[in-house]
Design a protein around this ligand. Structure first.
Ligand code: SF4
Length: 625
């Protein structure tokens, strides 16, 4: 194997390695790396042909990995290296900039310019390659032919293609599409409007299929191999040109599939994050599965339910699969009547599936808190961590869905007259926001405020934000899951326990009241943490210990339905929710309209009264704070 192919292959293997690290950081199955590693376009482009796109890909994946693991300077440095090897990563610059500070753009520009400097003697000839590419080259194009026909010139077609790309970038940014989904759409989409789409260019988007497995884009990575046919026919003495038949076979099915995908996805949320995609494709796991066939309550279903209850322990989940959709309403009534809350109803392959939990959730029964006395604000949703049980799927790659200072100020003004006794501010991680001090000051002016944080960002600019936070009406609730790093780091990532401990000490040294909040899997873990708090002499009012809720990213935990939760008005950028523990789940959405606040509070109370007619005796407080 010639040396350049060896280098290209080594870089390709490194890409697979970085991809696995990225999958691990995103808590995705590692075997998905095979989507990239076994892809024919990748094998042909690098091991067989030795193209240097592998350098751009490995550095680009490095940039993503650093971004996901909250190392923005390294991320921008890797992005600059990727850009120096191929221009395509510049498409993602805007997406990166939304997640790093402007100063990091300076680092990108500095590296890009300084590594060009040694070649500055070439003057404008440095751009000859790009000029020729834009002016002359045309190979394996698809939509570009249509654009040229419409614009009646190559330059006009190029301008339209540029506008399409800019519009797509802006649209994805506006819809806050997930980082890896944006990477997939832009690196794949640019080839659909480009005048030149050599087959090895199709490798750019393949790594992102590991996170967003889309059949249409996957198909494109396979049919792109047909782009080699002109080279093959040229070898047989034919002229070097693309045939209409091969172009149709290569692109036709892809365009059709993409069109179908857009049609099927209309009106739905754009680009679920990888975690969301997984959540909605996996039904809730049950301890007991009952296949009841065509049985109804009139034909033998009830004895089966009673037998299942006898076999189960309190808290177990029972799934019922049957072909009679009509039993749903009766089953819901039976669940309410017997105090076994119905948690989920889905339909798959023509069969209905219901999941109910045996018995009420064992939680503190503090049912005397009036609806609306507690107000929760989700300020942003993105987070520097990616905890495996996060109830709202926050992570470094979760799109920022910001409530914004102006809205928080209005909420605080209106809340003051609505009987709100406590405000809780949560993120994702609220200290990622530059204006968090102003947000907290606005809340504290309305009611005593607690801010939930992982306590890991109290350095540099963010330490200054913390210093600016008023101490008198604000409590910091810092998440610490265990007395030693073992459990905490298991759920939250290596090294997080130590950094959180530093944050706690720093916050206390600055004069803040700190409440420690642990999220645990079992009563034993809770007991151990309680013992630790006793040893640390933490006052009872500064402790929260709660079980993992089976919501968001969690794969196990306490399954909670609306009937289990006494409402605590929760406001996010998307609307008003029943409770903070499911503040992006549609079953807990009360209204999309936040203002006027008096109306949204009334909507929550109305919903509570309505449900209370049936089963408010089942509601329990699930303490998040
Ligand atoms: S649990 Fe908290 S710290 Fe962890 S990802 Fe969610 S918001 Fe971030």
């Amino acid at each position: 194997m010639p040396g350049y192919k060896r280098v290209s292959t080594i870089l390709d293997l490194a890409s697979a390695g970085v991809l696995m690290l990225l999958l691990a950081a995103m808590k995705q199955p590692l075997h998905r790396v095979l989507i990239y590693a076994w892809n024919p376009a990748v094998l042909i482009s690098f091991a067989l042909s030795g193209h240097f796109d592998s350098l751009a890909i490995v550095t680009f994946l490095g940039a993503l990995l650093f971004l996901v693991t909250n190392r923005p300077a390294l991320s921008m440095a890797a992005l600059a290296l990727s850009f120096l090897s191929k221009f395509f990563p510049v498409l993602l610059l805007l997406t990166f900039l939304k997640r790093v500070r402007l100063a990091h753009l300076g680092l990108f520009a500095f590296l890009a310019i300084s590594l060009y400097l040694p070649f500055s003697g070439a003057g404008l000839h440095l751009l000859d390659g790009a000029r020729n590419y834009a002016g002359d080259w045309i190979n394996n194009a698809s939509s570009f032919h249509v654009l040229r026909f419409v614009a009646r010139s190559r330059v006009g077609a190029g301008v339209i293609a540029g506008i399409i790309l800019l519009a797509a970038t802006g649209y994805l940014a506006k819809r806050q599409a997930a980082l890896l989904y944006t990477s997939l759409v832009l690196t794949g989409g640019v080839l659909l409007v480009s005048p030149t789409a050599y087959p090895w260019y199709f490798t750019w988007s393949i790594p992102f299929l590991c996170f967003c497995p889309s059949a249409a884009w996957l198909l494109m990575s396979v049919t792109s191999v047909l782009a080699y046919t002109p080279a093959i026919t040229f070898g047989a003495g034919e002229p070097l040109k693309n045939s209409l038949l091969m172009l149709s076979l290569e692109y036709g099915p892809v365009y059709l599939w993409l069109a179908y995908y857009c049609w099927a996805a209309r009106g739905t949320e754009l680009s679920p994050t990888p975690q969301q995609a997984v959540k909605y494709s996996i039904p809730m796991k049950a301890n007991i599965d009952l296949d009841v066939g065509r049985k109804t309550f009139a034909s033998g279903l009830l004895p089966e339910l009673i037998a299942a209850l006898r076999r189960s322990r309190p808290g177990d989940l029972v799934a019922i699969v049957g072909s009679e959709k009509s039993i749903g309403a009766e089953l819901e009534t039976w669940c309410r009547f017997t105090g076994n809350p119905l948690l989920e109803a889905t339909v798959e392959n023509g069969l209905s599936r219901w999941v109910f939990r045996c018995g009420a959730v064992p939680m503190a029964a503090e049912n005397d808190r009036p609806v609306g006395s507690r107000l929760w604000l989700y300020t942003n949703f993105d987070c520097n961590l990616h905890c495996d049980y996060c109830c709202v799927r926050s992570s470094p790659t979760a799109p920022r869905r910001e409530l914004g200072l102006a809205r928080v100020q209005r909420i605080a003004r209106e809340a003051a007259g609505l009987g709100v006794k406590e405000i809780f501010v949560t993120g994702g991680e609220p200290f990622l926001l530059e204006d968090i001090a102003e947000i907290l000051a606005a809340c504290a002016a309305a009611a005593p405020t607690t801010v939930l944080t992982n306590g890991m960002l109290f350095t540099g600019r963010r330490l200054e934000s913390l210093r600016a936070v008023p101490r008198d009406r604000i409590v910091l609730q810092i998440s610490l899951d265990s007395a030693t790093p073992k459990l905490h780091d298991l759920h939250r990532g290596p090294g997080t326990w130590a950094r959180t401990r530093e944050g706690i000490l720093r916050a206390r040294a600055l004069g803040f009241r700190v409440r420690l909040a642990a999220t645990v899997s079992t009563d034993t873990e809770g007991g151990e943490f309680r013992q630790f708090l006793d040893e640390e002499r933490v006052a009872a009012k500064d402790r929260v210990i709660r079980r993992i809720a089976l919501r968001g990213s969690a794969r196990e935990g306490v399954a909670l339905s609306r009937a289990d939760l006494a409402p605590e008005v929760t406001i996010t950028a998307e609307g008003v929710y029943w409770h903070p523990v499911g503040a992006e789940d549609t079953d807990l959405l009360v209204t999309r309209d936040i203002f006027p606040l008096v109306e949204s509070f009334a909507a929550v109370r109305r919903a509570f009264d309505h449900e209370g007619e049936h089963a408010n005796k089942l509601a329990r407080i699930f303490n998040c704070a």
